[in-house]
Design a protein around this ligand. Sequence first.
Ligand SMILES: Nc1ncnc2c1ncn2[C@@H]1O[C@H](COP(=O)(O)OP(=O)(O)O)[C@@H](O)[C@H]1O
Ligand SMILES: Cc1ncc(COP(=O)(O)O)c(N)n1
Length: 273
Amino acid sequence: MTRPLVALTIAGSDPSGGAGVQADLKTFSALGAYGTAVLTALTAQSTRGVTGVHAVPAAFVAEQLATLAADVRIDAVKIGMLARAEVVDVVGAFLRDWDRDGERVVVLDPVMVATSGDPLLADDAVAAIRALLPRARLVTPNLPEAARLLDEPAAADVDAMLAQAERLRGLGSAWVLLKGGHLAGPSAVDVVVGPGVAEVLTGPRVATRHTHGTGCTLSSAVAVLAARLGDWPAAASAAKAWLTGALRAADTLAVGGGSGPVHHFHELWPAEG
Ligand SMILES: Nc1ncnc2c1ncn2[C@@H]1O[C@H](COP(=O)(O)OP(=O)(O)O)[C@@H](O)[C@H]1O
Ligand SMILES: Cc1ncc(COP(=O)(O)O)c(N)n1
């Protein structure tokens, strides 16, 4: 049997299990990768929203990364909520060392605001995230995050998304997956752009309010699939198709009274009853 890929998430905790590190580890597991995790922040969070954020001291994030990387060979890194500029800088320093040649699988989801609208990144940390972009191979903003990184109004259609994704590449990552989940319409449209590539990924919009953690889940899936397939557009489109399945099965989970999680194990668990 071949050795499973080892994936690392550097992200925050969501106790409700739908987003953050919990979503990332479920995604890695569902896709057949071994999951490791470095915690950057604790949130007090449910499907209804975030009531508090407790950041991990930056020096202790650095210690977690150093201890892990000294022992475990990591095939793919996904970065999510970083909470504060000091933590962003620590992750940048880690990547400078771990990814000296700039050729490893590094996916950065520039998490700024939860689905519920609660802030997950300090206002003064956006500049630090911008400075981290060149350390990632792929960046996966949603529409408000892309607008904030570029200091522009949010894209309102697919042409504007393609143009913004290309401008985001100018900030330093070779590939950008700009997610259009926030655009209304019968489809959920994302775009992926990279060297000589501009693709529109169109999927059906699933009629569910259980979209908590879709961004975390997608970026983790792309990280695993990119390490496996060695191809960013193929990884993005396979990850989106898998996420659509997780959204289709989301209502069966019925976790919490707000915007609940997607079903990460939709391909593995038998239906109950
Ligand atoms: N109702 C839905 N049906 C199908 N796909 C969706 C739906 N909502 C979001 N998506 C997809 O989920 C992913 C995350 O999208 P988005 O909501 O834009 O990001 P975030 O969770 O970071 O805010 C994207 O691939 C998007 O197209
Ligand atoms: C700890 C943590 N990290 C990230 C998100 C963003 O979630 P989404 O994937 O819905 O944008 C979250 N709600 N909580």
